[in-house]
Write a protein that binds this ligand. Structure first.
Ligand SMILES: [Zn+2]
Ligand SMILES: [Zn+2]
Length: 348
């Protein structure tokens, strides 16, 4: 009497190990879905019309912190006034999670400790109500990259800031409450757990192997080619070997660098192109999916982060987290990263 048998005893999935986080991810191989199956069912999104969009006029927004107009950096308007001419702008968040007013001190309450939400929280907006990176000209993408870069460089000088994160939530499934394209920036004294894990993972690998784990992964991926979506002189767009979600895409600088803010003018052009290729491929291939993207870059607290290799992570919302995912933190990625990359490569 053996144990009951499955109809099919071949492994239905593959466990892949993430060299940085030391997490295992599950990739469904047996019953993997076809790339086309991921196309988003067009929901009738009750996206607010332009008339009711709070980003159409900046009069009702908080103060601007940087203004760009047709690729050029403009002067800030006088206090209390909104910028008249702008194509990309950053403003203080109207509903901030962090403000610089609080006290930078830990409060204790028995076994618990807490601190004020001290920091900066900004919204970065591009002018057009519906047009986003896939529809932009390369100049418009570069302007957005310059806006990210300039806010990053200014806020890193603030004394209380140790870590800056720039991210974008696109679509309601990804947590965006407004459909008008926008990103956010948070600059805070603490280093968030996700980047901390990524930093520790990179440092550990360097100690064990004397090499940057990201450089090793990148070199291998570039040599193999099967997970590469796009590359130019300075950047590679790829689906990671241990993708955490179906169609996860990352943008890596080819040159080892811990700091996103060190990107030179020419590299920002190359990054703009890579970002656009990545988002256009997802847009075309998956039918405008919702996604989150964020930069992983070394903190600005002048620590030693030479081991780190900055990058951008794009996580499309291709699945709904249910019991297994919530209980384990592991999403079963229902497509092999190699298949996803081949499919996205064809879209550009
Ligand atoms: Zn709008
Ligand atoms: Zn590296």
């Amino acid at each position: 009497m053996g144990r009951p048998k499955y109809k099919e005893e071949k492994a239905p999935s593959e466990l892949r190990f993430d060299l940085v986080s030391k997490d295992w991810v599950v990739i469904a191989t047996g019953r993997a879905r076809k790339p086309q199956d991921f196309r988003k069912e067009r929901k009738k999104q009750e996206s607010k019309g332009k008339e009711r969009c709070p980003f159409e006029s900046l009069d009702k927004q908080e103060a601007a912190t940087a203004v760009f107009w047709k690729g050029k950096r403009m002067n800030l308007p006088p206090p209390g006034e909104a910028p008249k001419k702008w194509t990309a702008v950053s403003v203080l968040n109207k509903y901030p999670a962090f403000t610089p007013g609080g006290r930078l001190a830990t409060r204790l309450e028995g076994p618990f400790s807490a601190m004020d939400g001290v920091g900066f929280h900004e919204v970065l907006i591009t002018k057009h109500h519906t047009k986003d990176v896939p529809q932009f000209s390369l100049e418009e993408v570069k302007e957005l990259v310059d806006l990210y870069h300039s806010r990053y460089v200014s806020l890193k000088e603030e004394e209380l800031v140790n870590h800056i994160t720039i991210f974008k939530n696109k679509g309601s499934d990804a947590g965006a409450s407004l459909s008008h394209p926008h990103s956010q920036l948070i600059a805070i004294p603490i280093i968030d757990p996700d980047i901390d894990r990524s930093l520790r993972g990179s440092a550990r690998y360097l100690k064990e192997q004397s090499k940057c784990v990201h450089c090793i992964m990148l070199d291998w991926n570039l040599k193999k080619g099967s997970r590469i979506v796009f590359e130019n002189k300075n950047f590679a767009v790829l689906c990671p070997f241990a993708s955490r979600v179906a169609f996860e895409v990352r943008v890596y600088p080819k040159k080892h660098s811990p700091y996103m803010e060190d990107m030179e003018e020419e590299e920002r052009w190359a990054f703009a192109e890579a970002l656009q290729k990545a988002l256009s491929a997802l847009f075309k291939g998956l039918g405008d999916p919702d996604y989150n993207y964020f930069f992983h870059t070394a903190p600005v607290n002048k620590g030693n982060y030479e081991h780190y290799h900055w990058h951008l992570e794009i996580l499309p919302k291709t699945a709904t987290w249910a019991g297994f995912e919530l209980g384990t933190g592991i999403e079963i990625s229902t497509i092999e990263p190699e298949t996803a990359a081949a499919f996205l490569r064809k879209q550009s």
